[in-house]
Design a protein around this ligand. Sequence first.
Ligand SMILES: *Cc1c(COP(=O)(O)O)cnc(C)c1O
Length: 406
Amino acid sequence: MSAPHTPVERADFDQVIVPSFAPARFIPVRGQGSRVWDQAGRELVDFSGGIAVNVLGHAHPELVAALTEQAGKLWHISNIFTNEPTLRLAKKLVAATFADRVFFCNSGAEANEAAFKLARRYAHDVHGPQKFEIISAVNSFHGRTLFTVTVGGQPKYSDGFGPKIEGITHVPYNDLEALKAAISDKTCAVVLEPIQGESGILPAEQAYLEGARALCDEHNALLIFDEVQCGMGRTGELFAYMHYNVVPDILSSAKSLGGGFPIGAMLTTHEIAAHFSVGTHGTTYGGNPLACAVAERVLDIVNTPEVLEGVKARHERFKSRLMQIGERYGLFSQIRGRGMLIGCVLSDAWKGRARDVFDAAEREAVMVLQAGPDVVRLAPSLVIDEADIDEGLDRFERAVATLTQA
Ligand SMILES: *Cc1c(COP(=O)(O)O)cnc(C)c1O
């Protein structure tokens, strides 16, 4: 018999949680597919996908089965031992990508932390201690540990925490000349999101990623792609680098990888991986059997032509309707992004008001996201039903109508 739960409400958040977030007014208690129910029993359409995490929606029966089956067998065993789900998932990731080896951890920040440490270690071992500089993009987002937040190109997130990690330069995104001017033989790595997520769903230009690859090769620097947000099928390819045919040396994944169960992964080649020798880096939970069992099932389902082709078709369905809504109400200047990672760029008249759109959408029972103050972001499940797309967009249009007529 389980003990009865103590009743809780949204107001409790403001009393007992560290105030680093400002969540919506309602508390979701249950989800099924792309629908979510709150404490009062109100049903919402979910276009937020847990910020690009719930890649197969809520309570997908195959993920529930993978988790519960593993839960009855082995939850945790530590990295003193290996386990079957870890090995199965790693083999599948290796088979599906450029990579030969995988390091598992628990989040996007940890995957990037591992990537940046590995890039520095590789350069240190192979080229010498003077080669430690990392170049990343203005407005990029790579996580919230001190290293990753410093590599991230948003000073508002990294200022005020004492001395920063040294040797990090930020260049404007999609500006190859700026990268060319910044890179040198002291550069150990260039880090890019193939689609900048948090700062507004901004895709890289083809020539930019190709040029970055060539510059890295010329200067013996590693190219790291942060695919924490844009990877794992979200764009309609398993990883976004596959659209561009530009292959990184290290790739980080998280968010969609676990479909809602925490997991991160850093993928790389044999040659580079060799520089994380025994004892060089570690984690208690990384490669946890529960997380890997779920992620293995996510990968099995996502990495199929039906799901990946379906993502492209769903993108078109969203895009044409969003463009109509944008034109009818003068709200958006552009709809951008790929697959189930969509950015609606607010027109000049609405600049800075993404939060108002978010609030209006919530009042009409549809969950959306912001990506900065000027972009409304949608990151729904890759398998969202057409009926849910249409119903959610009807609600979204009503929200926009109320907002613009207010
Ligand atoms: C979300 C995100 C991260 C950080 O992931 P966490 O799991 O929150 O640590 C890193 N990079 C990108 C591109 C992201 O979108």
